[in-house]
Design a protein around this ligand. Structure first.
Ligand SMILES: [Ca+2]
Ligand SMILES: [Ca+2]
Length: 207
């Protein structure tokens, strides 16, 4: 009977250790969420790597990282701010609704303790050694700063897929680097029209 209990004991101990490790990684992290309506999105690319900062064609598909991971958004239109690039202050239409682009840049997807993690750099990325940079975790612990303690290059000389970055003494393998945006909703044409109608009614009542 004692021999049968050992695997159960070890399984429980392993489970407890995994929970403690997860808690250690997520320690001091009050749950945070983006402002209501704000979206963190990555561009789905079917071939090759991220397309830099070129304006994606309409009908591109964006995948939400936060607040609803995995939700797909259809790009139905785009108004450039005249710089010819995907950049802050552009307007992107997702499923017919307008959003103001607040941020454009890479998101690093890494594996940490066998779990996927998404992070954004807090400064303009150089593509070089990121040691001592702070990255902003988007998933799963949204809005958590992560200090990059060290970097192990895969010998191509730049920050790239298959490099290792160390955070909180944990090695994290870079699995992919995506093109991402943060977008906040703008009033739609219908909402602007409705608000205009309400204001005109008030003007008539209080005239
Ligand atoms: Ca632009
Ligand atoms: Ca590299």
């Amino acid at each position: 009977m004692k021999q049968r209990k050992r695997p159960v004991f070890f399984a429980l101990a392993a489970g407890l250790l995994a929970i403690l490790l997860a808690l250690a990684v997520g320690a001091n992290q009050p749950e945070a969420r983006a402002p209501v309506g704000e979206l963190y999105l990555e561009l789905l690319v079917t071939k090759g790597g991220p397309p830099g900062y070129d304006i994606p064609p309409d009908c591109s598909v964006w995948r939400e990282i936060h607040p609803n991971p995995g939700t797909l958004r259809h790009q139905s239109g785009f108004d450039d701010n005249s710089d010819g690039l995907l950049s802050p202050c552009d307007i992107i239409y997702l499923d017919q609704l307008p959003y103001h682009v607040k941020w454009v840049g890479p998101t690093y997807w890494v594996t940490r303790l066998q779990e996927p993690v998404a992070l954004e750099p807090e400064v303009e990325p150089t593509g070089e050694n990121p040691t001592c940079e702070t990255w902003h975790e988007i998933y799963p612990f949204f809005c958590t700063p992560r200090h990059i303690d060290a970097w192990e290059d895969n010998q191509d000389g730049v920050l790239s897929v298959c490099d290792i970055v160390w955070m909180n003494e944990v090695p994290c393998h870079i699995d992919r680097i995506e093109l991402n945006i943060t977008a906040e909703p703008l009033p739609s044409g219908t909402e602007q029209e409705s608000w205009g109608t309400i204001k005109s009614l008030f003007r008539r009542v209080y005239r």
